[in-house]
Structure formats: C-alpha cells, structure tokens
Design a protein around this ligand. Structure first.
Ligand SMILES: C[S@@+](CC[C@H](N)C(=O)[O-])C[C@H]1O[C@@H](n2cnc3c(N)ncnc32)[C@H](O)[C@@H]1O
Length: 265
C-alpha cells in the first residue's frame, strides 16, 4: 500500500488505484471461467445439460475463495459470493432487458460517481454548512471549492452567508449537477461547474472541501500536495487521509456527530 505522501510508482499502480472495480470484475470473471471451463466439457462428454443453479452456486463459491485469497474487504467477498446465484435467479424471472438498461441510466444520472470512482451521493447537512461558515469566517475574500458538490448543500448556504467569497462547486453526475445548478443559479458569488474533480486546478482556491469516500483519499491528497499553496486549507467531511494526522478535527453537533478533518498546507 502507498503512503499518503507517495505517488503511485508505475502506470499499472495508478490504474489499479483508479480502477478497483475492474479488478473485482476480473476476479468474478476468473471464477466463472474456472467453473465453466471444467463444467462445460464434463457435462458435454456425458451428453447432459449444464445444471445452471448448481453452476451459479459453484461460481459464487470459487469467487469467494479467490476474493478471500486476495484479501478483498468483507463486502466484496459477499458481493462475489452472491453475484452469480443472484444473476441466475434474476435471469429466471425473464424480465425485459430494456428495464435493466432504464434502471442503469436512472441510477447513473444520480450515482455516476459510485459507478466510476467509488464515490456515492450523500449530502452534507445544514449543521455542517453552519460550522463551515463559522470556521471560514476569518478568511476575507475566501476562494472555496466543493469537490463533488452534489446538489449544492454546502455551496448554497455558504454563498448566502459569505457575499464577499467566491464559491465554486464541481460535479459530474447529470441529475445532481442540474439540481445544484438550479439551486445556485441566482447566487452571483457561486460558480457551479460541470466537470471532473481530478481535472480541477486546486491552486485557485484557499479552501478545498470534499465529502467523498475512503477510496479516493490517498490520490486526492497527492493532488492537494501538488497544487494547493502554503496557507491553504483542505477539509474532508468524514473521511480522513489515511496514515496522516489532521491539523485539527471538528465534530459537528448533529445526529451522526459528523467529523471534519482539517489539513493545513
Ligand atoms: C458524497 S457526495 C457529496 C456532495 C456534496 N459535496 C455535499 O457535501 O453535500 C459526493 C459527490 O461527488 C460527486 N462526484 C463523484 N466523483 C466525481 C468526479 N470525478 N467529479 C465530479 N464529481 C464527482 C458525486 O456525484 C456526488 O455528488
């Protein structure tokens, strides 16, 4: 594992960090390949039809074995075990494939980040936005960005509280982007952008806020170190940079005791 301060050593490392879902897909395909390459000839020679329910269960078992051998987290092991049996069960329902396509498109409109980068959609609450406004009150002319800005749950209250500040939000899920755009359209100090957080130039901001997931944090910290200037501040809602002590941690007085990890540059 890389320390948060180190860059990925090779292109392959970088790809593995960026695309863990492809690794999981490869693992599931390997399990299916192993089982089918034995089962097909076996039942073919005996001139018998492949027993799909048992085959699906066996693929699940082999996938669990491979996931355990490669030390995947418990939820991935569960997903690998259930995937083939559930896929077989759902195929038995003979639902028109168009419905799956429609469901995928609808989910992607809101949860594109979860599909492409292990960053799902959940929103900062009002209490968190208030604490942020208070924390940043001593930075006149603040330039702030919310990386993965959702529907503007942080940007809108901050823009209202801080007419002197320039607030930016960048978002790449179409439905959330549109909702956020409509919610911030009338706020002159709000720059609501369509785009990818990995292409944003963080050098333009004094304060960067993110509420993402554990998965992107090491890569995000590398980007912050490269781009953010001395005296700037990175605030991560709920997800600390692994193996790095925060400059300070603020606990929000809300139902989930939200933690804001602050890292000074
Ligand atoms: C957990 S939500 C946080 C939303 C908002 N920052 C808040 O605190 O309410 C993470 C957001 O990041 C967005 N996102 C994920 N990956 C992204 C990417 N590569 N570029 C831009 N936005 C992304 C998701 O669509 C989602 O809206």
């Amino acid at each position: 594992m890389h320390s948060p301060n180190s860059e990925p050593e090779t292109d392959t490392d970088l790809q593995a960090q960026n695309r863990p879902h492809l690794r999981q897909l490869a693992l599931q395909c390997a399990a299916a390949f192993v089982v089918l390459s034995l089962a097909w000839p076996y039942f073919g020679i005996r001139n018998e039809a492949l027993p799909w329910p048992e085959t699906a269960l066996l693929i699940g078992g082999v996938a669990l074995l491979l996931a355990s051998l490669t030390h995947q987290p418990w939820w991935w092991r569960l997903i690998h075990t259930l995937f083939a049996p559930l896929a077989w069960g759902i195929a038995e329902l003979a639902i028109d494939p168009g419905w799956f396509l429609l469901a995928f498109i609808l989910v992607s409109l809101f949860y594109r980040g979860a599909v492409t980068g292990q960053i799902p959609l959940y929103l900062s609450n009002n209490a968190t936005a208030s604490v942020l406004a208070e924390l940043l009150s001593e930075r006149p002319g603040l330039r702030f960005i919310d990386l993965g800005a959702g529907i503007g749950s942080v940007l809108r209250p901050l823009a209202r509280a801080r007419p002197d500040a320039q607030l930016s939000g960048i978002e790449n899920a179409p439905a959330t982007w549109l909702i956020g755009y409509l919610r911030t359209a009338r706020l002159a100090n709000c720059n609501w952008r369509w785009g990818n957080i990995w292409r944003a130039n963080l050098a333009e901001y004094d304060v960067v806020y993110a509420f993402l997931s554990p998965a992107p944090m090491p890569k995000l910290w590398s980007k912050i170190q490269r781009e953010m200037s001395a005296g700037s501040l990175f605030i991560s809602n709920s997800f600390p940079i692994p193996e790095l002590d925060a400059s300070s941690v603020i606990t929000v007085d809300d139902g989930r005791q939200t933690r804001l990890y602050c890292y000074r540059r």
